[in-house]
Design a protein around this ligand. Structure first.
Ligand code: GLP
Length: 249
């Protein structure tokens, strides 16, 4: 395999990856408590969030000065809907580490006007002086946030129609019923993501091996939105052995 521009680390398993990243984030926070964190949802970061919860419970991860921005939210859902990404974050991270609503920035899926909501979000990111660390997962089709493969990609926060495969992989949030997964979402755009000062992408499991291989070695293409990360100078890709099966060191 040709060398990747991106820094890649492979961990024995998902748990080791989550622990190592959680320890690192906690140490970073000890050195620089006021950070703007860009956060992701999905199955992949759940272990990391729970590890951070454990460190916080032991007094080893202080989130009291962080400001957060999440990548995306389903269009049409209020924040307190159990299927919303906001609810997901409350359950898996915010409530576990004492992040208060005042520290949280989130796209509102129930806003009256999607365009105005997206503009509000971009302005909020700018007034926070941008994102210090953006955490990303990756969809099996190479999407990041909800930037789906397409002929062109939006730079700014925008409204997006979700692919069926993406709706299927989000069905667990809706009791496994794909028909209840919203058809649209609001998502930070590629420009907003690539402006983050540092980016950490995590991927685990065999189902991610192909998109990870394309991310690391393929061309930069709107057909694989994550491939644009090759243009960023401070990206780290953290994999378990299953997701990294095509990566040879
Ligand atoms: C979701 C989210 C993404 C996430 C991706 C992977 O649709 N919008 O931010 O990275 O899909 O999800 P998972 O970690 O469950 O595989």
């Amino acid at each position: 395999m040709p060398d990747s521009y991106l820094k890649v680390t492979i961990f024995r398993d998902e748990r080791t990856l989550a622990r190592s990243l959680a320890e690192r984030l906690a140490s970073d926070l000890a050195l620089q408590p006021r950070q703007v964190l860009g956060l992701a949802t999905g199955r992949t970061p759940v272990r990391l969030y729970h590890e951070l919860g454990t460190l916080h419970a032991h007094g080893r991860a202080d989130f009291s000065q962080v400001v957060t921005f999440n990548l995306d939210e389903f269009w049409g859902l209020p924040p307190d809907d159990p299927g919303s990404y906001r609810s997901f974050m409350d359950v898996h991270l915010f409530n576990r580490v004492g992040i208060t609503p005042e520290q949280v920035n989130f796209l509102r899926g129930d806003a009256d006007d999607a365009d105005a909501e997206c503009e509000r979000y971009d302005r909020a990111i700018a007034s926070a002086d941008g994102i210090d660390l953006q955490l990303l997962g990756i969809g099996t089709n190479g999407h990041i946030g909800f930037n789906e493969p397409s002929r062109e990609l939006a730079a700014r926060t925008h409204r997006v129609r979700l692919k069926e495969s993406t709706r299927r992989s989000n069905a667990a949030l809706f009791g496994g019923d794909v028909s209840r997964v919203p058809t649209e979402a609001l998502s930070m755009g590629m420009g907003s993501i690539l402006r983050a000062r540092r980016i950490v992408l995590i991927a685990t499991g065999k189902s991610k091996a192909r998109c990870v291989e394309r991310l690391l070695t393929g061309p930069i293409t709107t057909k694989l939105p994550a491939s644009f990360l090759q243009l960023h100078s401070a990206v780290e890709v953290m994999l378990d052995t299953a997701a990294g099966e095509f990566v040879h060191s």
